[in-house]
Design a protein around this ligand. Structure first.
Ligand code: FAD
Length: 464
């Protein structure tokens, strides 16, 4: 068996792993990255990127349909049609450009990539099953980044017409009727995209509302607009069984009533779980934190010189958290004093309208013992939102009542995902309401809504 050695072995080439490997390489550490599937992991191949490409196609098509119906001032279009093969080819092109880019970045940083499945034998040894035989890698430090996988439900095991987000992003043709089981962000992002592409979509959610992990006031705007899109929503309901012949999904609501929904395809998006099998967790015997690997602020696991980053280490399972942890782990190994201690991790739903939440929402701030001031500015009063033909949503700032320290900023509205960086920066910099209110925000932008929300929390909004 071939043997290799390195200072840093990274297991998994998703956002957590590839960023850790690039940073380790940049810092002059002899680094090997092991990836069994495609570089870029869930995010680039079957997650963040292809889903946003699909959403963009769906938004564009919806706009064209609106124009054809005479609903888009100044634009007239004849009957538009979905070119599904064209859409998927475009999406796949973006994915391959990005994954190719990751390969080049790793190379530029001097990282060696081994394509195969890695099995940790102990904290310093990994056997990689490559196409031409196994290779043993001995490493001084290990960074585990095996990511996560879709959760299956017993009543609807994956296979055939019952699909996860991965298959939903690779459908050869559009379904006629789609039931989305699980009304979290992944289900709603994909569900609304398919609805805009002409698929009859139903969403089934066990909790009493959609996006149950997000603030209710923000989620309500998304839910209302989903109904406008024609999405049929069933909350407090559980999917029980699919009759594939009849194309019917049986669901049961909290009163025990059974409803049969038309569904030739069922997309199950009830959550993701850390990938704990197939790479040697039992050989390492690492200490767990609930279902996740336990790590400290430097991303060290319970075993000396073994680090872990990304979805395998906890919520929120998001690419930017994984990447930030990857940097901390690599720099710690290189001897720098680093900690993963963000003031806030932005959370975005690329639904229609988009939703962004950074820091504490009002209820969470009160639950944490704060007396709060809240400023809320409706985007219907924002000039730029009007010129975009979109007046849905609002920007909301939550601050401490005693000293105006900003605790959280949220928004729901068209394209507000781009606010995430400004919101996160405000929280990282320890902004007070005055800092935001006194910052000159360019006109006309929807960002002026952030300034207005801060002004409103201070009691002197200008444009409302
Ligand atoms: P992953 O990206 O899962 O990468 C892990 C890698 O490890 C995989 O490539 C896997 O093949 C490899 N691997 C595992 N075991 C082994 C082994 N034994 N040997 C070799 N390789 C191995 N996040 C966002 O921030 N924004 C979004 O908009 C967003 N949208 C999403 C949409 C969808 C549909 C999905 C499913 C997820 C989305 N996410 C989003 C979540 C995001 O994709 C994950 O949080 C992110 O990919 C986690 O990165 P990671 O490095 O921890 O793991």
């Amino acid at each position: 068996m071939d043997a290799q050695s390195c200072e840093v072995l990274v297991l998994g080439g998703g956002p957590g792993g590839y960023v850790a490997a690039i940073r380790a390489g940049q810092l002059g550490l002899n680094t090997i990255l092991v990836e069994e599937a495609a570089l870029g992991g869930t995010c680039l191949n079957v997650g963040c990127i292809p889903s946003k490409a699909l959403i963009h196609v769906a938004d564009t098509f919806e706009m064209a349909v609106k124009a054809a119906q005479g609903g888009l001032p100044g634009v007239s279009v004849k009957q538009p049609e979905v070119d599904w093969p064209g859409a998927t080819a475009w999406k796949d092109g973006i994915v391959s450009r990005l994954t190719g880019g990751v390969a080049s970045l790793l190379k530029k940083a001097g990282v060696k990539t081994l394509r195969g499945t890695g099995h940790m034998r102990d904290g310093k040894t990994c056997v990689v099953d490559m196409a031409d035989g196994p290779v043993t890698v001995r490493a001084r430090h290990v960074i585990l980044a095996p990511g996560s996988e879709a959760v299956e439900i017993a009543a609807l095991p994956f296979g055939g017409p019952i699909i996860s987000s991965t298959e939903a992003l690779a459908l050869e043709e559009l379904p006629k009727t789609l039931a989305v089981v699980g009304g979290g962000y992944i289900g709603l992002e994909l569900g609304s995209a398919f609805a805009k592409l002409g698929v009859a979509v139903t969403v089934v959610e066990a909790m009493d509302r959609l996006l149950p992990h997000y603030d209710a006031e923000l989620a309500a705007v998304v839910a209302k607009n989903l109904k406008r899109l024609g999405v049929d929503i069933h909350v407090k309901s559980r999917a029980e069984a699919l009759d594939p012949e009849a194309g019917r999904l049986r669901i049961r609501n909290e009163d025990g009533e059974v409803v049969d929904l038309g569904a030739d395809t069922v997309l199950v998006t009830v959550g993701r779980r850390p990938r704990l099998e197939g790479w040697g967790l039992s050989e390492l015997g690492l200490v767990m934190n609930g279902g996740f690997l336990r790590i400290d602020a430097q991303c060290r696991t319970s075993m000396t010189d073994v680090f872990a980053v990304g979805d395998v280490t906890g919520e929120p399972m998001l690419a930017h958290r994984a990447m930030a942890q990857g940097v901390v782990a690599a720099e710690t190994i290189a001897g720098k004093r680093r900690a993963f201690d963000p003031a806030a991790i932005p959370e975005v739903c690329f639904t229609d309208p988009e939703l962004v939440s950074v820091g504490l929402a009002p209820e969470a701030a009160r639950a944490a013992g704060h007396e709060v001031k809240i400023g809320k500015f409706p985007l219907a009063a924002n000039g730029r939102a009007m010129t975009l033909g979109s007046d849905l949503g609002f920007v909301r700032v939550v601050a401490r009542k005693d000293n105006d320290l900003v605790l959280g900023i949220q928004a729901v509205g068209r394209d507000v995902s781009e606010f995430a960086s400004a919101f996160a920066l405000a929280l990282e910099m320890g902004a007070r309401l005055d800092d935001i209110a006194a910052t000159i925000h360019a006109h006309p932008t929807q960002g002026e809504g952030i300034q207005e929300a801060a002004l409103m929390a201070l009691g002197h909004g200008l444009h409302l």
